[in-house]
Structures are given as structure tokens and as C-alpha cells.
Design a protein around this ligand. Sequence first.
Ligand SMILES: [Zn+2]
Length: 71
Amino acid sequence: MNVEQCPRDECRGLFTVSLIGVDAPGGRESEPIDCPHCGVEVRSERTAGVFKTHTATAEQAAVWLKSQNST
Ligand SMILES: [Zn+2]
């Protein structure tokens, strides 16, 4: 699971994104990815499904912080 960070300075919340309903009919559309912390759209991606965002767990946040420090 990829951890992403909200780009807003006021937020900087960590979250994960999962894709659901990939088999749903209707073709590819641009679906918004909203930060679960502040509710603001971080970006959008074309997909056949719908994106769901989740607040990152403490464990995921720790792994993410580690990867940030190593670069
Ligand atoms: Zn946010």
C-alpha cells in the first residue's frame, strides 16, 4: 500500500489510496482523489473504478517517514 501525503501546508496528512469497483461499467473517467484529513482533492486520475482514501495508520506513517529520511 502506497502512502501519500497531502500537498497542502495546512494539512500534510498521510493517507493511502485504494481503487474499488474496477469492473464497473461506464469506462474510464477522471476520478478525484480526496485527502481524508481535509477533504480537499489532491489529484485526479483516469480509471474505470473509484478511488477511496484512508487515513494512514501509525505503522504506515512510520514506514513512510523512514523512506523520506533515506532519500
Ligand atoms: Zn489534506
